[in-house]
Write a protein that binds this ligand. Structure first.
Ligand code: NI
Length: 255
């Protein structure tokens, strides 16, 4: 029973066969999915999909790539969407200095605004951090994100950073890169992290794990991420699935 803690099923790559993708996930033991918004349109679609499927939950938020377009109205609509029963987190939000599709200052401002919205709504947050490790931790601290906690998704930071985030009450989620042949940091994190702070995800349709690397990713493939981590931690896949599933429910406060 795996929980894919980060999927983007609203992506147009799933437009033609979404039902099949969800069925395949269930057939492969991926019983639960957190479907994550990245702009307003994707957030609205995420809520709608969560209404249709019992075991799909929604996160609503604005990705740092789209920070430039955020206004007061955007935040007000997120606040409204978040009232829905199946919305269990705010995100994804954060900083992306790798592609810098929005100006850094605006990314930081919108990240801070969304953390504060999460605090107001008392919802955990889903954090995206690419090449922005120091500013991510600094802003989480400065805005008091420990009051809500959440998930550092597709974690790519150091063990030092992981410890700082866990001290703030955050969970660490690993994705396809842990299976890549040249993987260093995610492998190190997988080995060092205590099982009770670990989650698994696909980030589909991106980042397909080995042996599907280069193809469209989908929730069913989270088993490859889980298998690799179980191997690194020298535990059974069943145990890893059980623990990460429960961790995801705990951080998202799902009964
Ligand atoms: Ni994502």
């Amino acid at each position: 029973m795996l929980f894919d803690s980060h999927a983007h099923l609203g992506d147009r790559q799933f437009a033609d066969d979404l039902d099949e993708v969800i069925r395949r996930a269930q057939e492969n033991g991926v019983t639960h999915i957190l479907n994550v918004g990245y702009d307003l349109e994707a957030s609205r679609a995420s809520v709608k999909l969560a209404e249709e499927y019992d075991n799909i939950y929604a996160a609503v938020g604005i990705h740092p790539h789209d920070a430039a377009s955020v206004t007061e109205d955007t935040l007000n609509e997120l606040r409204q969407l978040a009232q829905h029963d199946k919305v269990v987190a705010l995100g994804e939000m954060g900083l992306d200095y790798y592609r810098n599709l929005s100006p850094k200052e605006k990314q930081q401002k919108v990240f801070r605004q969304q953390i504060n919205l999460a605090k107001e709504l008392d919802l955990p947050i889903i954090v995206h951090d690419r090449d922005a490790h120091q500013d991510t931790v600094r802003i989480l601290k400065e805005e008091g994100a420990d009051k809500v906690g959440g998930i550092l998704h597709c974690f790519s930071g150091s063990w030092e950073m992981a410890k700082q985030c866990m001290n703030l009450g955050f969970y660490i989620s690993l994705a396809g890169p842990v299976t890549f042949k040249n993987a260093k940091r995610p492998v190190e994190i997988a080995k060092l992290i205590s099982l009770n702070r670990l989650l698994v995800e696909t980030d589909c349709p991106y980042l397909a794990p080995e042996p599907k690397r280069g193809k469209r990713n989908e929730p069913a493939y989270v088993c490859y991420v889980a298998e690799k981590i179980a191997e690194l931690k020298r535990i059974s896949l069943d145990e890893l699935a059980f623990v990460t599933h429960n961790n995801t429910k705990t951080v998202l406060r799902i009964k």
